[in-house]
Design a protein around this ligand. Structure first.
Ligand SMILES: [Zn+2]
Length: 449
């Protein structure tokens, strides 16, 4: 086997790894590049290999930076299957059409405002193309091997989000394990990651390779932020995608309300996909820690806002209230309208809960920006900006090391999926603490397995 790094080498986005034998070609992850323009522009470069020459795609999980380029390669001639777990398939049913829709909206916006070098600006793919790609999905249970040409493939649970798994690929007596994104051992909703299967070569993510989440009482801190904002009769805006962290937040809010630790203020989950998200949690009960009653409780905590009109009418309401709305890194979606309405008042709070890629509005807010640009206009940041670190869906440095202690030492490890300083710090940690032979790969580099 050989492997070529086609993305997520110097950034956390654009995960793409081409794995080849003499007669089989698999793309593990096929993600969108997100964040700063220099990185986003990679989405528009011609794909390095002819999509028609790829036998199959295997996805570690549904996040768009791991899956969101699939509809583009399907449109450009890829004819194979996309192998996923059941949880990933359910999430992609929502994510791919939504991603196509957002890209159409963005292209329309650029054309309207002539903010494009290309005329007309085109979406990378459309909502229709996002829907078309769903017909390629082939579902597999965790731990059950399947065959693509002469490569044997299996998924191994990593927590993180529903359906997320490491991928083990075996051919010619050699084994390659790709970690995917790794969740935390003590997540309020997700199960802890299973050990990474033993392999000759390991690729491991390093989103938080140089950081520790600390011993945070997430529920307590969330409660404090809610109380502070509600005391001011303010609006608490939480950017989060409708599926995943949004349910974790609702679960924590439901518990805090039940215990009387926060007032019973209205909570809006502003997303057309909110109902589907609940169904997915109930359908994949073995993928998470929640009981069916807890799922129902978290659902009842929120009022679901589905239409654009309902969404916009929230901007006319006054606090106290809580609004959860996508996108998590404020790269698009309904959260933008809410920010325009609410970011100019000191009564309100924007609560950032996940990793923010450099170049995103979320990252600018966390960095203390005085103003942010939305729909071509600058808006002063007067609202409080708070960060809740402990809700991360990624293991931190020590949690990653602890997780890797559960697997056999490989011949070589490659540190992927991190900003450069994080990758390098984690490479050193692997060497010093586990004695692993670890390297940070270059974009486009090919290695023999
Ligand atoms: Zn992820």
């Amino acid at each position: 086997m050989k492997l070529t790094f086609l993305g997520a080498t110097d950034t956390v986005t654009g995960s793409r790894y081409l794995v080849e034998t003499a007669n089989t070609r698999i793309l593990v992850d096929c993600g969108l590049f997100q964040g700063v323009k220099r990185v986003r522009e990679r989405n528009w470069a011609p794909f390095p290999v002819d999509p028609d020459s790829i036998d199959a795609v295997v996805l570690t999980h549904a996040h768009i930076d791991h899956s969101g380029y699939v509809p583009a390669i399907v449109r450009n001639g890829f004819r194979g299957k996309v192998h996923v777990t059941g949880g990933t398939a359910s999430l992609l049913n929502i994510l791919w059409p939504d991603s196509g829709h957002l890209q159409e909206e963005e292209a329309k916006f650029r054309n309207r405002h002539r903010s494009t070098k290309h005329s007309p600006a085109l979406p990378l793919y459309t909502e229709r193309e996002g829907i078309n790609a769903l017909s390629r999905l082939a579902r597999h249970p965790f731990e059950e091997a399947f065959q693509v040409g002469d490569i044997t493939v299996s998924f191994h649970r990593t927590g993180h989000i529903l359906g997320a798994g490491s991928v083990l690929l075996e051919a010619d007596g050699r084994r390659l394990a790709i970690s995917g994104d790794v969740g935390r051992p003590e997540d309020p909703v997700m199960l802890p990651p299973d050990p990474l299967p033993a392999a000759d070569v390991v690729l491991v993510e390093s989103t938080y390779g140089n950081r520790l989440h600390g011993d945070i009482d997430v529920s307590g801190e969330l409660g404090e932020v809610v109380r502070r904002t509600m005391d001011r009769q303010g609006v608490l805006l939480i950017p989060a995608f409708a599926v995943g962290r949004a349910q974790t937040l609702l679960h924590l809010l439901a518990q805090l309300q039940a215990k009387g630790e926060i007032p019973k203020v209205p909570v809006y989950l502003n997303s057309p996909m909110a109902i589907a998200a609940t169904d997915i949690l109930l359908e994949h009960a073995s993928d998470h820690r929640l009981t069916p009653q807890e799922v129902r409780d978290l659902c009842e905590t929120a009022t679901y806002t589905r239409t654009v009109e309902e969404s916009k009418s929230l901007n006319k309401k006054k606090g106290p209230m809580i609004i959860i709305s996508a996108a998590g890194m404020i790269t698009g979606g309904r959260i933008l309208h809410h920010l325009v309405s609410f970011i100019g008042s000191g009564k309100n709070t924007v609560l950032i809960t996940g990793f923010q890629s450099p170049g995103t509005r979320g990252s600018a807010l966390v960095g203390g920006a005085d103003e942010i640009k939305i729909y071509g206009k600058y808006h002063r940041v007067v609202a409080d900006v708070e960060r809740l670190e402990g809700l991360s869906a990624h293991a931190d440095r020590d949690e990653l090391l602890e997780w890797l202690k559960g697997t056999e030492k490989p011949e070589r490890a490659y540190v992927i999926h991190g900003e450069p300083e994080s990758q390098d710090a984690f490479r050193l940690a692997l060497k010093d603490q586990l004695g692993w032979n670890a390297t940070v790969p270059e974009l486009g580099e090919t290695i023999q397995i």
